[in-house]
Design a protein around this ligand. Structure first.
Ligand SMILES: C[S@@+](CC[C@H](N)C(=O)[O-])C[C@H]1O[C@@H](n2cnc3c(N)ncnc32)[C@H](O)[C@@H]1O
Length: 256
């Protein structure tokens, strides 16, 4: 097959001809080996690619790249739950993934926040259809809306003292550069805009969990953090130095 001569990297799957194609299993493995030297790199929902594929779970090329894989999503879920539980606020909370993609981060957040309701938003029709199908195969009890994240206040009605946990991982697009790292003002949409919408529309105690990169544009971080009552930055060490993801945890209306 001619395609076998291609390199299965971010360029091909996120920006090239495979972006909106449902991947075969060999292509998922090939992306893992070509890009990370690990055929099982795209392990999600607690399953290796051969296991999730056998169940009928399918991903687009773009989602194979954009998804938060198990190792990272598990750590993110655990860290969010530790903050939410520090003040016994997790029980009865709602956890919303505003850019749900594969739903894998929501899957792990709900594993660690067992008494929370899960809600996700996905704008892209193909990603939404596949994710809804994948989560139903898994029997995962979450509401996924095919809508812009900005509709969040229309879809959630919360008691005033209920904790709202918002996981925020919008497409990074051109926001990540070698020179400056991740510029939080240049994600699509900008993180400041997303955070301000939630701060304006929800009077509730809020816990933001914002996926970031090891190198962050310092000015953009300094512009964002004064909006919060408390914040902390965790950088994980799952990849080679310089290529790690991180999590900015931040609260409004309470402190852990
Ligand atoms: C980086 S991915 C999220 C990956 C996710 N954390 C996971 O575990 O798979 C971002 C997702 O947000 C979706 N998206 C982009 N703009 C959106 C918007 N305005 N509202 C809702 N979803 C959006 C994209 O289609 C994409 O699937």
């Amino acid at each position: 097959m001619a395609e076998e001569a291609l390199t299965y990297d971010r360029q091909l799957l996120l920006l090239g001809s495979k972006r909106n194609e449902v991947l075969d299993l060999w292509e998922v493995h090939r992306y893992g080996t070509d890009s990370y030297g690990d055929a099982d790199y795209v392990s999600i929902y607690g399953l290796a690619p051969s296991e999730w594929y056998r169940k009928g779970i399918r991903l687009l090329g773009r989602t194979a790249v954009e998804c938060t894989r198990d190792r990272l999503a598990d750590a993110i879920g655990r860290d969010i739950a530790a903050v939410a539980n520090s003040e016994h606020r997790a029980s009865g909370s709602t956890v919303v993934d505003l850019f749900v993609g594969s739903g894998n981060t929501l899957f792990w957040m709900l594993r660690h926040l067992t008494e929370s309701r899960g809600v996700g938003f996905e704008l892209d029709n193909q990603v939404f259809q596949l994710t809804r199908q994948n989560l139903s195969i898994l029997g995962m009890p979450a509401e996924i809306h095919h809508e812009d994240y900005a509709k969040v206040a229309l879809r959630l009605s919360l008691a005033a003292d209920q904790l709202l946990i918002a996981f925020v991982a919008p497409p990074w697009g051109e926001a990540l550069t070698n020179a400056s790292g991740l510029d939080l003002r240049r994600t699509s949409p900008p993180l400041t805009e997303i955070v301000d919408l939630l701060l304006d529309q929800f009077p509730n105690p809020l816990l933001f969990a914002i996926q970031v990169y090891e190198k962050i544009d310092a000015i953009s971080l300094a512009e964002l953090t004064p909006r919060f009552d408390w914040s902390a930055l965790n950088i994980y060490d799952f990849n080679v130095p310089g290529q790690n993801h991180g999590l900015l945890l931040a609260t409004r209306g309470w402190r852990p």
